[in-house]
Design a protein around this ligand. Structure first.
Ligand code: IPE
Ligand code: IPE
Ligand code: MG
Length: 247
């Protein structure tokens, strides 16, 4: 008789799988430095890893996966790195689109397309268009995304629409964010040991559970994702309430 697989390699049927997981994919540069490789090699390894994590999310029944791929602040990196990241994004779409589409992944973009090279803009639009009807997993790609930028944009839209101040509610704002229509993330994961938001989903993560791991993004695999989901299941989400008033 073969030994049962280690518990961590399987999803426990009693667990609640977060409907929406958001990931700050951090640590590509340090992963590369540890191996004496250029930073771009780390970004390539990170992109390879993304395939694994998307597949694991689909397997576990996650409905929405939001990944932070490039922030509005990342433009301040050396030109060569920025160019390399744009190229990697383009290659990723070219290489993965058919398979993602076949697997029922709906690709959405959160962030600004302005400022991004026209060829890449066209690729992103094609990916969105092609996968629009897919239902298995919604993949929100946060690319040229910043949480503050997103809120400023929402405020501008509200002013342009002439909405009276007293009519503005939380929904008025939420409906004008890039994530309009997407439920808030239940679990936000940041790899690489950094413990900060770096301008990611500022509004949407108000009541998310945060999970920080020292693992660098290229090494963050299916097992690590399972551990994050297990940890999520040990949390008590209170949303400001008292769960058992008699205790
Ligand atoms: C995350 O890895 C990817 C992007 C920000 C595009 P980093 O490039 O930030 O890796 P570290 O933090 O320098 O290790
Ligand atoms: C956040 O990581 C952005 C992405 C993962 C795309 P950074 O590496 O850019 O964040 P800081 O600079 O460490 O805060
Ligand atoms: Mg980083």
């Amino acid at each position: 008789m073969s030994a049962p697989p280690p518990k961590s390699s399987q999803l426990d049927p009693a667990w609640e799988v977060p409907a929406h997981i958001a990931i700050i994919m951090d640590g590509n540069g340090r992963w590369a430095r540890q191996r004496n490789l250029p930073r771009l090699a780390g970004h390539r390894a990170g992109t390879e890893n993304l395939r694994r994590v998307i597949r694991a999310c689909a397997e576990f029944g996650v409905r929405y996966l939001t990944i932070y791929a490039f922030s509005t602040e990342n433009w301040a990196r050396p030109r060569e790195e920025v160019e390399g990241l744009m190229e990697i994004m383009r290659e990723f779409i070219d290489r993965e689109l058919d398979e993602l589409d076949a697997e029922g992944v709906q690709i959405r973009h959160v962030g600004k397309l302005e400022g991004v090279r026209p060829e890449l803009q066209a690729k992103v639009r094609e990916a969105i268009e092609r996968t629009r009807g897919n239902q298995r997993l919604v993949l929100n790609v946060a690319f040229n995304y910043g949480g503050r930028d997103e809120i400023v944009r929402a405020v501008r839209l509200i002013v342009q629409e002439g909405i009276p101040a007293e009519e503005i509610t939380e929904e008025t704002i939420a409906d004008r964010l890039y994530t309009a229509g997407v439920p808030d993330p239940d679990l936000v994961i940041r790899t690489s040991g950094e413990v900060r938001t770096s301008n990611f989903l500022l509004w949407q993560s108000a009541y998310a559970e945060w999970y920080f791991t020292p693992v660098f993004w290229p090494d963050f695999g299916r097992e690590h994702l399972l551990e994050a989901i297990a940890d999520y299941n040990r949390r008590e989400r209170r949303f400001g309430r008292v769960l058992d008033p008699d205790e």
